[in-house]
Design a protein around this ligand. Structure first.
Ligand code: ZN
Length: 412
């Protein structure tokens, strides 16, 4: 194995060109709704990988408002495929970037800017890793078929991208690496081996209107009913199962002199395991039906309708992710870096892929404040940034782990 010093020398010499590429990517607004910007970042990305011998494919999003997914492929001489995953879009509109003067801005070791951390910095990490792998380990680089996937609309939870990847990956696939940012731990890097799944729910209550002063007993108050039900939703939170249920929005009523006839609430629920996720889903759906608020004059009961409107399945801890993690842990020992597994509450494209191929996430750089563009004068609010010094050691870890993984795949 190459030493950390050798790897660092090779990586340091590529870093200036890599950071220039990152600056260009960050300068292009690629908010999910900005189709032209997303395409432009994709073109720049394809150009950057072209000298490694990658072929370009564009795949339209299922949602025509969003841009095309980018796929780069480089056929290898051996039988195995490895997939790398990132995304082209960010959460920031051009107006927001202008309003908050949020642009590429290095300050000491930090580089602030839209997507520096989530996830254009991850794309730079892919580039550094593959360039250096080819330079120092040409045999391992050359035997693998590399398939690189960029989601055009990850920040909108595009449901089709997982299928786009799966359609292009067969049983020859050793696994999938997702280049979202690494987790921060004291003295260690954290890689993601599990993520919560997420469901979205909506609860509607139909009651009956009445004059609130003249004939209140003819009314069935939908807001009061909803209040009772959202308390029951909240009580579905279950720490022992790591099941979280959030009431996020609530609305109802039309005027102060009416018993309200309609009210609704919306929220989400999340869990790491399919079992806990199912407990949440069933608990929510069980709230449908007649309520306990009714009009005394004729026993008219409020009616509750609970729906789960969208679901992204959990990515639980599993043997495939654990086996992949073991290569990164061993590479950490080679290089004197402590590497730990992390279960993360947020979603990534890994949620759509782990059940089909061994998947590891958190391969990107370190930084913080994703999805934030604001900066306050007193420094208590800082926008998204990436740590410049995290690129070289993390790419060294990725290169070493890939070599270990590729070599071990020959034996099996
Ligand atoms: Zn991301």
């Amino acid at each position: 194995m190459r030493s950390l010093a050798e790897l660092s020398r090779a990586l340091e010499s590529r870093l200036p060109a890599g950071l220039e590429l990152l600056r260009q990517m960050v300068d292009i607004n690629s908010w999910t709704e900005n189709r032209a910007g997303v395409r432009q970042v994709g073109e720049l990305t394809a150009q950057a990988f072209a000298d490694l011998g990658f072929q370009t494919e564009w795949v339209p999003s299922a949602n025509p408002r969003w841009g095309e997914h980018l796929i780069l492929t480089r056929p290898g001489t051996g039988p195995s495929t490895i997939a790398l995953v990132a995304h082209l879009d960010t959460v920031f509109s051009p107006e927001e970037e202008t309003r908050n003067n949020f642009h590429w801005q290095p300050e000491g070791d930090r580089i602030f800017g839209p997507g520096t951390h989530d996830i254009k910095g991850g794309t730079l990490m892919m580039w550094l890793t593959l360039q250096t792998l080819r330079e120092l380990y040409p045999v391992e680089f050359g035997e693998i078929t590399w398939k690189l996937f960029w989601n055009s609309s990850e920040e909108m939870l595009s449901p089709d991208f997982g299928q786009v990847c799966r359609d292009r990956l067969g049983p020859e696939t050793l696994g999938i690496l997702v280049f979202e940012a690494e987790g921060k731990g004291p003295g260690c890097r954290r890689l993601v081996v599990a993520r919560k799944g997420r469901g979205v729910w909506r609860l509607q209550v139909a009651g009956r209107s009445a004059h609130s002063g003249v004939r209140p007993t003819a009314g069935a108050n939908a807001i009061v009913q909803l209040g009772r039900l959202v308390d029951r939703v909240h009580r579905l939170n279950d720490e022992s199962r790591q099941l979280t249920v959030n009431v996020g929005l609530i609305r109802g009523g039309t005027g102060l002199n009416r018993v309200p006839h309609a009210a609704e609430a919306e929220g989400e629920f999340r869990a790491y395991t399919p079992d806990a996720f199912e407990v949440g889903r069933r608990g929510l759906l069980a709230l449908s039906g007649p309520g306990d608020i009714f009009s005394p004059i004729d026993n008219f009961h409020c009616q509750a309708t609970m729906e789960v409107t969208s679901e992204t399945s959990p990515w639980p801890k599993n043997p495939g992710s654990a086996a992949l993690f073991a290569h990164w842990e061993a590479a950490g020992v080679d290089l004197g870096q402590r590497v730990e597994p992390e279960s993360r509450g947020g979603l990534s494209d890994g949620n759509h892929l782990w059940a089909y191929f061994p998947t590891l996430d958190g391969l990107g750089p370190s930084g913080d404040n994703d999805h934030c563009s604001e900066r306050s004068a007193d420094g208590t609010k800082l926008p998204e940034y990436v740590d410049r010094s995290s690129f070289v050691p993390k790419a060294a870890l990725n290169v070493t782990a890939l070599v270990r993984w590729i070599q071990s795949s020959r034996k099996s």
